[in-house]
Design a protein around this ligand. Structure first.
Ligand code: NAD
Length: 267
């Protein structure tokens, strides 16, 4: 049995993750954590995620349950994930992190903090999306800079970061296939008299509407044709199932930072 604690357990991903842990045969839900001022802190963990009572309450800090975890699952927000990373490193607990929206400085700090422990960190835990990362890099390499690359993503209205971490990763992989550095070629949206598209750019565009779980398309356009590689998430289950796969991987991994591609054995 692998003991797992879920941070952000009242969130959209947290609820789904906790529920799937409860349903799995080899994982045990040993704690759920929320931000200290969340109204569900102190409520029964099972009831709070729409399941029968579990006889344990949602805690307002990871410190209260970290000792009960073999792996801490964190899908929250950058500041909160950074704090959890410090505690997990101090206690020698593995992590599976899905939080997106880190600034470059936060990302560097996060990587430093998790260095002593096994940590899987992925902007998208879906198996098909991780295959798409690979396909996009390969397509960019084969098509070359004759083809304009544009990344379009759509998410629900509650998402706080843009473009999505997944869109950034798709653009990074396209840039890698072209031998470019994304930081030098990324164009975020276009407005006004921007002039003709240059050959050396990758456009990123974010749509926010309703309750979309996540839609990503990468376009490769040249005169006379356009190739579109697309992934549609129809619910959060694909992310949560992938994250549980990462939990099983992290529980037996040596210290280090791992991608979902490594968990799946495709990188
Ligand atoms: P959400 O807002 O529904 O849930 C986040 C939860 O974290 C909230 O309940 C919030 O109260 C809680 N939280 C905030 N600070 C906390 C703290 N200090 N301690 C404990 N809990 C705290 O958001 P969501 O849709 O579940 O997404 C969460 C994160 O996961 C976002 O960054 C999102 O982009 C990312 N995400 C990643 C994947 C993936 O596959 N990697 C998939 C979906 C979402």
């Amino acid at each position: 049995m692998i003991d797992a604690v879920v941070c952000g357990v009242a969130g959209r991903m947290g609820k789904q993750l906790a529920s799937l842990v409860l349903d799995s045969e080899d994982l045990r839900l040993t704690g759920g954590v929320e931000r200290a001022d969340h109204p569900l802190v102190g409520r029964d963990l099972g009831e709070a995620i729409g399941r029968p009572p579990l006889g344990q309450t949602i805690k307002g800090s990871l410190a209260e349950v970290v000792d009960l975890a073999q792996v801490v699952i964190d899908f929250t927000a950058p500041e909160s994930t950074l704090a959890a990373a410090s505690l997990c490193a101090e206690k020698g607990k593995a992590m599976v992190v899905g939080t997106t929206g880190f600034s470059e400085a936060q990302l560097a700090e996060f990587k430093e903090r998790v260095a002593p422990i096994p940590c899987v960190f992925a902007p998208n835990y879906s198996t098909a999306m991780n295959l798409l990362f690979k396909l996009v890099e390969e397509a960019a390499r084969i098509l070359g800079d004759e083809y304009d690359v544009e990344v379009v993503e759509a998410h629900h209205r509650y998402k706080v970061d843009a473009p999505s971490g997944t869109a950034l990763r798709l653009a990074e992989r396209a840039a890698k296939g072209l031998g470019w550095n994304l930081g030098e070629v990324a164009i975020h949206g276009r407005q006004g008299l921007v002039g003709q598209r240059s050959r050396r750019e990758i456009g990123l565009h974010a749509i926010r509407a309703g309750d979309l779980a996540g839609d990503h398309a990468v376009l490769f356009g040249a005169p006379g044709e356009c190739l579109e590689l697309r992934h549609r998430a129809t619910s959060r289950e694909a992310f949560a199932q992938g994250a549980l796969r990462a939990v099983r991987f992290a529980a037996q991994a040596k210290p280090g930072l791992y991608s979902m591609g490594e968990v799946l054995g495709i990188e």
